[in-house]
Write a protein that binds this ligand. Structure first.
Ligand SMILES: Cc1cc2nc3c(=O)[nH]c(=O)nc-3n(C[C@H](O)[C@H](O)[C@H](O)COP(=O)(O)OP(=O)(O)OC[C@H]3O[C@@H](n4cnc5c(N)ncnc54)[C@H](O)[C@@H]3O)c2cc1C
Length: 316
């Protein structure tokens, strides 16, 4: 029996959150004396995973799984669950992995708990700590089914290198069909996506209009960051909805989140709680965001941001 970790990839590149899920799987397996098996889909080069403690990596090869479909992926993973006799599946907290968790849970009639932030409090009974009420509280939740599925909140466990020499296996799976049909996929624009970004530069209504986003983009480019925004900014069409961060938008779990001209409403903060270091630039010293910030700059964004870009470029 092994702990199974689903490792998400895009264009053959593994997601940062999946490395974290693998590290979590390693630590959990060690605590209960089991092995860790990572599962990738249509990814033949898995060398990058060797540093994160897996005992075995299975690559599912299937022409039915070229584009993500939570149902099809779930059916394929269930095959591996059976062959490896796994009792625990670990997923990351990406939107796709959460969809997958729900379908895995449905197909196998198993408990699925998302937003897990720590190794289990106890393995028998299997109790995990998770965030709830948009990160405002924690709950201890018991998974009572034989197969247990959990997804890990990004940045909650961290990435701990543990070089290993995993056994590699390729499994061909054919003929997966479901009643779900993907009609169109709209890819996020920009070079760095919010979900995977180490640094996110985010702008709010304080920037006055879309014409002023050049400096946000320039700062992001200088730092190799993704760009994001508050809800009103995307509601007004200044920026695409894919950049909207918060309770009703995307969660951000970057190492650095720079908020420029954003007041720090509770709904915005709910989406960025998992970011490690928060820097706030706002001309109102009473802006609520300063209470959540690690570093705050009180001042006019139109003066501070250009001079920050200049200084960063000079350092480069
Ligand atoms: C059910 C619900 C869900 C919501 N979900 C979300 C969500 O997911 N995400 C989200 O973001 N919001 C969400 N909101 C909206 C949220 O309540 C706030 O209204 C919104 O976050 C405010 O956006 P803002 O900070 O960009 O704008 P504002 O509140 O207008 O703040 C602009 C800030 O810019 C500062 N500023 C102005 N000029 C400058 C300058 N020259 N230099 C520096 N700073 C300057 C101001 O001091 C101010 O603090 C939700 C609301 C509801 C009711």
């Amino acid at each position: 029996m092994s702990v199974l970790v689903y490792i998400e990839s895009e264009n053959s590149k593994f997601k940062k959150s999946s490395y974290e899920a693998l590290c979590y799987g390693r630590a959990l397996a060690d605590s209960i004396g089991k092995k860790v098996c990572g599962v990738v889909i249509n990814c033949s080069n898995t060398e990058n995973l060797n540093s994160y403690g897996a005992d075995k990596i299975i690559n599912i090869n299937s022409s039915d799984l070229v584009d993500f479909s939570s149902k099809k992926y779930a059916h394929a993973l269930v095959e591996i669950v059976k062959s490896e006799n796994s009792k625990i599946i670990i997923l990351s907290s990406s939107p796709n992995s959460k969809y997958l968790g729900a379908h895995l849970s449905g197909i196998t009639d198993s408990s699925f708990v998302s937003n897990v932030v720590k190794l289990p409090e106890s393995s028998n009974p299997f109790i995990v700590k998770r965030t709830c009420f948009t990160n405002k509280a924690f709950s201890l939740t018991e998974l009572t089914s034989d197969l247990k599925i959990i997804s890990i909140t990004s940045n909650s466990f961290g990435i701990v290198e543990k070089p290993n020499n995993p056994e590699n296996e390729t499994v061909e799976i054919k003929g997966i069909s479901t009643n779900q049909k993907i009609l169109d996929i709209e890819k996020e624009s920009g070079t760095v996506t919010i979900a995977d970004a180490e640094i996110v530069v985010s702008g709010g209504r304080g920037l006055k209009g879309p014409e002023n986003w050049e400096m946000i983009e320039s700062l992001a480019e200088t730092l190799g960051a993704a760009t994001a925004c508050s809800k009103p900014v995307s509601d007004m069409g200044w920026r695409p909805h894919s950049e909207h961060v918060g309770q009703t938008g995307k969660p951000v779990a970057s190492n650095l989140y720079i908020a420029i001209g954003i007041s720090g409403a509770i709904q915005h903060l709910a989406g960025i709680n998992s970011s490690k270091v928060k820097v706030v630039i706002n001309n109102d010293p009473e802006a609520p965001f300063f209470k959540a910030a690690d570093y705050g700059v009180v001042g006019d964004a139109f003066e501070i941001v250009p001079s920050l870009i200049k200084k960063l470029k000079a350092r480069q």
